[in-house]
Design a protein around this ligand. Structure first.
Ligand SMILES: NC(=O)c1ccc[n+]([C@@H]2O[C@H](COP(=O)([O-])OP(=O)(O)OC[C@H]3O[C@@H](n4cnc5c(N)ncnc54)[C@H](OP(=O)(O)O)[C@@H]3O)[C@@H](O)[C@H]2O)c1
Length: 361
């Protein structure tokens, strides 16, 4: 017998029986489905966490947000918020009675997940979703990312160790590749409804577009493209607005096949040339192009790193993604992806581009 994700009490089901396979279990799940979400939300650039929260609420989970005492993040209305100093006893208390914890902590707090995992396990939480949302355990990162990768690996190793010692505790991580609609993260943020907030968001979305998407090759505000090498290096990505949230919801809805796994997902597989074609078709305009070598972008990123300029990260992420012939950026093939287990919707390049353009309308 194992316990199903549920609120306050364990709902037992037999091994091999799909938890939502019959009306009875569906009703129990609808009634008791609940989780705690260790999540940070809405800094100026927005977060992956805000979209996960939206997906969890839409899916009918009861969400409690745990946030730092000093946090300036803004959260949706009608959601229980616990502010904590992140000490072990405070975290354990915050997590008590919850069934699952979803961490979307940013890079600066990645290591704090060791304490979060300890507290979750001690509080009886049955599933911990690790804030990974990266490129998967097999990815061939550029050496510059090794220092960033080490604490991530330590957190995953810790989750594995805890799950090994306590069979009632499980973990999942989700590898997404590039969050491909990064530009629309603020434009579509779920937690801002007032006019003033909308104006702030639009300004921020433009800033985001100018900051992030041009490096990826598409300045959607000015409708110009930078094509690296021949623009044909294939890569996969997952959408913030749809794919990532569905993946997390799917991991919680299907606890058995997703337990203790690094799940690999993708919304689309594409290349710069295909994206450009889709942007031109969506806007009915020919977009002026400039051409650059991914090696030049890589060199620029490394120079920035050497001079202490923090924007090196995006340059090297994009150079790593688009380097022609490197063949490292298909995180998972369509056949091997966990999309189906997780119940992720089908997406395509045309719908992605349309949504990105709409987010700036
Ligand atoms: N695949 C990719 O290319 C890609 C791109 C972006 C992000 N990611 C990954 O996605 C995950 C989330 O990233 P994000 O960009 O959404 O995060 P983020 O916006 O930078 O931060 C998320 C939240 O983390 C909390 N936080 C920040 N600093 C902290 C600290 N020192 N200690 C404890 N908590 C802290 C804050 O929550 P409170 O204020 O509520 O406490 C913040 O709102 C990370 O694992 C990141 O590496 C991957």
């Amino acid at each position: 017998m194992v316990a199903l994700l549920s609120s306050q009490r364990a709902v037992p089901f037999r091994h091999g029986q799909h938890p939502e396979s019959c009306y009875f279990w569906r009703k129990i799940l609808q009634h008791f489905r609940s989780l705690l979400q260790l999540i940070g939300s809405l800094q100026a650039a927005g977060t992956i966490g805000s979209h996960i929260t939206k997906a969890l609420l839409t899916a009918g989970f009861t969400v409690t947000i745990v946030t730092r005492l000093e946090s300036k993040s803004r959260f949706p209305d009608n959601v229980n918020i616990i502010r904590t100093d992140y000490s072990a006893p405070a975290l354990k208390e915050a997590l008590r009675g919850q069934d699952a914890a979803v961490s979307a902590v940013g890079i600066a707090g990645i290591s704090t997940q060791v304490e979060m995992i300890d507290a979750a396990e001690a509080a009886g939480v049955r599933r911990f979703i690790v804030s990974d949302f990266g490129y998967g355990p097999q990815h061939r990162y550029l050496p510059e990312f090794e220092a960033v990768g080490e604490p991530r690996m330590a957190v995953l190793a810790h989750a594995k160790e805890k799950a090994g010692a306590n069979k009632a505790f499980t973990w999942s991580a989700v590898a997404i590749g590039i969050p491909i609609d990064w530009v629309s993260v603020l434009g579509s943020s779920p937690f801002h409804s007032t006019y003033q907030n909308r104006l702030e968001l639009m300004a921020a979305a433009h800033l985001q577009a100018l900051k992030k998407f041009p490096t990826l090759g598409f300045d959607i505000v000015n409708r110009t493209a930078t094509i690296y090498d021949s623009g044909t290096e294939l890569f996969t990505g997952t959408t913030l607005t749809t794919g990532i949230g569905h993946a997390v919801v799917g991991a919680l809805r299907h606890p058995d096949p997703t337990a203790n796994k690094h799940l690999l997902v993708r919304s689309v597989q594409t290349c710069q040339k295909e994206l450009l074609f889709a942007f031109e078709a969506a806007t009915g305009e020919s977009w002026p192009q400039t051409h650059e070598k991914s090696m030049d972008l890589m060199r620029r990123g490394r120079e920035k790193l050497a001079s202490g300029d923090k924007s090196w990260t995006l340059d090297l992420i994009v150079a790593q993604l688009l380097e022609e012939g490197a063949g490292r950026s298909i995180i998972v093939t369509e056949e091997a992806a966990d999309n189906k287990i997780l119940g992720m919707p089908d997406e395509n390049v045309q719908s992605l581009v349309r949504d990105v353009m709409d987010s700036l309308a």
